[in-house]
Design a protein around this ligand. Sequence first.
Ligand code: PLP
Length: 395
Amino acid sequence: MTGGAGPAHRVYLDYNASAPLRPAARAAMTDVLAQSGNASSVHEEGRAARAVIERARADIAALLGAEPRAVVFTSGATEAANDLLSPSLGDVGGCADTLLVGASEHPCVIAGHRFAPDRVRVIPVDAAGRIDLDALAAALETIPGRALLALQAANNETGVIQPVAEAARLVHARGGLVACDAVQWAGRGDCRLETLAVDALFISSHKLGGPKGAGAIAFARAGLHIGQPLIRGGGQERGARGGTENTLAIVGFGAAAREAAATMETEYIRLARLRERLEERLRAELPELAIFGGKVARLPNTSAFALSDLTAETLLMALDMAGMAVSSGSACSSGKVRASHVLEAMGVEPALARGALRISFGWASSESDVDRFCETFQKTVRDIRARRASLAART
Ligand code: PLP
């Protein structure tokens, strides 16, 4: 891996699970490590902590096209989703009555959180992984009360990009609200609230190259509020999230967001080329490789694919021993390889889905990482198939 982000003998291609810490984030955190103040204190040390938090808030607000005062820090995207997906989310139009979620959402969204199970409707995705807008329009006609749609900007397993603004138009036309999981899109594409046309969105620090343990919610306008914040306490974050702010993680998050924003356009092109190189090289030797979501717009850094005769479990172990850190579907299920609900929602045959691997790269990835992965993957497949053939010949 290049960029000093890990041991030289390893190739880390699992950025969608967690990106390596950017040097800029590390440096910013090192600078505040020795600070002792609590950002709520009025003395000089407290004001210093407040200042670095507000600087980070401004950087994140700029990335998301939000007013700094409309950004709420959380411990990550999971907490943000738990907070946001609540019937108490509302504005002058009232609160949300029914939650609509895309079938390929991350588990932290699909759980539905504080909505009663009978107030959660799952909207199907098509074979390419994109939300079915006709099904969404039909659901909006029939559900009771005001809708809250939770839709991700891009999928963590396949990289498929959702038509968020189109979906939002349908929901808004019926008076509903839209909350967007922009975790995988933030820092990779334009994730401003206005572009996505959503009421609120949330992101996670460690997917951007910041530290783990920080995330943010951004609201599109004043008046939108969570009536019953999940974490209540000392009134921090304007009452939206109690508890002393995690200054260190927030500062690293802000620095990562700043750098991601500054390099986004050039990185988009560089990463898309890397993905093209990866898929072309793999397909040259393995034309039978199935690439999920390969015909629609995807994140530039993500490729999910499978061979129908090899399980992800077998491949992951062999690749790990050969120095390659990759993933089978979502990291939240890693350690235990289970069928992906995303691929299932796309109608992928279970036998093929069991073989799904996800490669995701980012700021420190290079052509040589991709080339080493391709060579290792192809050799691994050849070896496993040869072993199987020789076993079969003996029996
Ligand atoms: N949403 C998406 C699309 C993700 O990929 C993830 C993490 O994998 C999350 C939400 C949860 O993020 P966090 O680790 O900050 O809780």
